[in-house]
Write a protein that binds this ligand. Structure first.
Ligand code: 6GU
Length: 243
């Protein structure tokens, strides 16, 4: 059990889902990581096994109860005391490659998946829970967000991807988007692979890639350029962006 993940959810049947296939699936079968689900409803106390209630102050939808979640979270914290406990919610801090790297380097992760309109805020005051969001849009629940986070972490675990995942030129490793890729055929529908990539001149190739990374980031993700500090040359050797 090298990197255990524990998921608190109302829908354990959604797991492993896509994480059981491809790279993550093979890594799981190889014992590099493991997945355990905990059914939140098992911690309900009334005869209807209710986990949610109407929002204080009124409004649409339902809110996940602090008392039920508190007991469920305590169960997970007792089982996995060293793993950080995250909650997937659009109100959370943004998931970044920096956070993914930190989590993958740690002892594993526990993840609470929100449903309904949200989670009673007192839970976040009373337990050590880090709220995390995967982007500025709203999912119907945190489960697919948790799968996204786990996929990003698992590919970085030792033995999962080999050289490629430590690739210092990957998107975000330099604070920029990665340069574009090409492969054979050399000509497809009249479009030819850029000449420089076929030149064998590795210095020129590195320079072209650095320029394209910068240009594409500027046009697609100006927010990243602003954070990157508009450096003249993103280091092709892959020096990491420090915040
Ligand atoms: Cl983590 N959960 C939900 N429900 N929606 C989201 C999200 C998380 N991140 C972005 N949208």
């Amino acid at each position: 059990m090298s990197w255990p993940a524990t998921i608190l959810t109302l829908y354990p049947e959604m797991f492993p889902g896509p994480l059981g296939a491809s790279l993550a699936g093979r890594a799981m079968r190889d014992g590099i990581w493991s997945l355990d689900t905990v059914q939140i409803r098992d911690f309900a106390t009334d005869k209807h096994r209710s986990v949610d209630d109407t929002p204080a102050g009124g409004g649409a939808g339902m809110v996940m109860r602090a008392d039920v979640l508190g007991t469920a979270v305590d169960h997970v914290l007792a089982k996995a005391p060293d793993a950080p406990l995250l909650a997937m919610t659009p109100r959370g801090q943004p998931l970044t490659q920096d956070l993914v790297r930190t989590l993958a380097a740690g002892p594993g992760v526990s993840i609470l998946c929100g449903r309904f309109e949200g989670i009673d805020e007192r839970l976040f005051e009373a337990r050590p829970i880090v709220p995390v969001s995967i982007g500025d849009y709203v999912l119907s629940g945190g489960e697919m967000a948790a799968m996204t986070l786990l996929d990003a972490c698992v590919r970085l675990l030792p033995g999962v991807m080999g050289a490629a995942s430590s690739g210092e030129e990957e998107s975000f490793e330099t604070g920029l988007l990665e340069y574009p890729h090409y492969t054979r055929p050399v000509t497809w529908e009249g479009r030819t692979i850029p000449e420089v990539l076929r030149s064998g001149d590795h210095a020129k190739i590195a320079q072209w890639r650095a320029e394209r990374a910068r240009a594409d980031t500027r046009s697609r993700r100006p927010d990243l350029i602003a954070r990157h500090g508009d450096a003249r040359r993103p280091s092709p050797s892959g020096a990491r962006h420090e915040d």
